[in-house]
Design a protein around this ligand. Structure first.
Ligand SMILES: NC(=O)c1ccc[n+]([C@@H]2O[C@H](COP(=O)([O-])OP(=O)(O)OC[C@H]3O[C@@H](n4cnc5c(N)ncnc54)[C@H](O)[C@@H]3O)[C@@H](O)[C@H]2O)c1
Length: 248
């Protein structure tokens, strides 16, 4: 399904990004694996023949430009990007410092912006190119103690729509997936340090209508749909994959 497609996945060192890289590779794509955790993407690249490891902090615009240029050169072009790298921050607004706020914005919004800016010329030169951004159901429906996180993800949803509109006639299709609660290291750290981790977990999984967490594979399948030819007439759309949370 993705044969001959060359796809860059950020945040490929863990959780959802790793699941997307593995699924896309299994479906025939050549993948470039970007993450600030260099050893993680180097290990994954050894597992996925033909994959390229790109250790890089997505908030560093110059570093991203160099890494994207390297992937375009190595793979002789680029057909798609999936922006997955992101950070969580669970903190009352009153104690969220300007530095905390800026870091969340720089990674969750600035990262995809940096990658899209660097990748756009190659994507515009490719046939049927795609961008998929991974935002969050928390960008559609607010959560307490996550003002910076929710704001960064809501901004990423609107960045997706505005860019989709701008490049619709001569550039990539641009779509966004909003995951709900997904069982990854990011989710685990959000409850493991609670006074009662089991109670904290029960409270988290009570939010979606389906009453449970999803798996990274659920998001990988959504990203595959939006990257593959089956979604050829889909751009600027928000695909919510959250076990029924944001709709009620
Ligand atoms: N797990 C969930 O419940 C959930 C829900 C909604 C949205 N999301 C979003 O999905 C994405 C992936 O989350 P996950 O749960 O797989 O988390 P994760 O922590 O397991 O993986 C995140 C990956 O991003 C990388 N990363 C973080 N900051 C980076 C940076 N500045 N530069 C490069 N790489 C960086 C990390 O090294 C890690 O490999 C995030 O954007 C997250 O906000 C997750």
């Amino acid at each position: 399904m993705l044969k001959t497609r060359r796809i860059l996945v950020s945040g490929a060192g863990s959780g959802i990004g790793e699941a997307i890289a593995r699924l896309f590779h299994a479906r025939g794509a050549r993948v470039a694996l970007m993450d600030r955790n260099g050893p993680a993407v180097e290990r994954l690249a050894e597992d996925l023949p033909g994959a390229l490891a790109l250790p890089c902090d997505v908030s560093d615009a110059a570093g991203v430009a160099a890494a994207v240029a390297r992937s375009v050169e190595t793979m002789a072009g680029l057909d798609g990007v999936v922006n997955v790298a992101g950070v969580d921050l669970v903190r009352d607004f009153a104690t969220t410092t300007p530095e905390d706020w800026q870091r969340v914005m720089d990674v969750n919004l600035g990262g995809p912006v940096n990658i899209c800016r660097a990748a756009l010329p190659a994507l515009c030169a490719a046939e049927g190119a795609t961008i998929v951004n991974i935002a969050s159901a928390a960008g559609l429906r607010p959560l307490a103690q996550r003002t910076a996180y929710c704001t960064s993800k809501a901004a990423l949803v609107m960045f997706t729509k505005a860019l989709a509109l701008e490049v619709a006639r001569n550039g990539p299709r641009v779509n966004v997936v909003c995951p709900g609660i997904i069982d990854t290291p990011m989710l685990r750290v959000s409850y493991e340090h609670a006074a009662d981790p089991a109670a904290a977990y029960r409270e988290i999984v009570a939010r979606p209508a389906m009453g449970r967490a999803g798996e990274p594979a659920d998001i990988a399948e959504a990203a595959l749909y939006l990257t593959g030819p089956g979604s050829g007439f889909v751009t600027g759309t928000v695909l919510t994959v959250d076990g029924g949370r944001a709709f009620h």
